[in-house]
Design a protein around this ligand. Sequence first.
Ligand code: HEG
Length: 147
Amino acid sequence: MVEWSDSERNIITSIFSSLDYDDIGPKALCRCLIVYPWTQRYFGGYGNLYNATAIKSNPLIAAHGVKVLHGLDRAVKNMDDIKATYAELSVLHSEKLHVDPDNFRLLADCLAIVIAGKMGPAFTSEIQAALQKFVAVVVNALGRQYH
Ligand code: HEG
């Protein structure tokens, strides 16, 4: 069971409450697909992913980026039980989508980088520490149903 300090809770809640999901979600997913091109294999039905420009202007990718952030929202609202919150989503990624669980961390890192870019100097080491802890717990929960 993960322990959260009041400060960590406040940081996570405040980051996500001020986040523009429609902007950050697509940017994080695009960055993941461009920086780690092997992650594109799961989006074969999404049309043109030929290069960075194509990825960044692909509306299906953008919509999926928004969906992923809304998925993270559930963890923000259930910080004390992220494992149970993601049980079903973990089974989906493992058994149906066959997403290699290493990729969760790659996307989580891209999200942290996009948030850092957005926040600029306000992204202090304390804020990064809380965010990295949060995404690590999410990544762990999503990888839980793999065997
Ligand atoms: Mg996943 C579907 C969340 C990482 C590939 N992902 C979904 C869905 C959510 C979600 C909420 C929709 C589930 C549904 O339809 O019921 N994904 C999610 C989170 C994270 C993550 C929170 C990690 C931070 N996903 C992830 C990664 C890949 C991936 C790293 C591949 C590199 N997700 C993926 C695919 C689908 C989903 C291919 C199905 C998309 C579709 O049906 O079009």
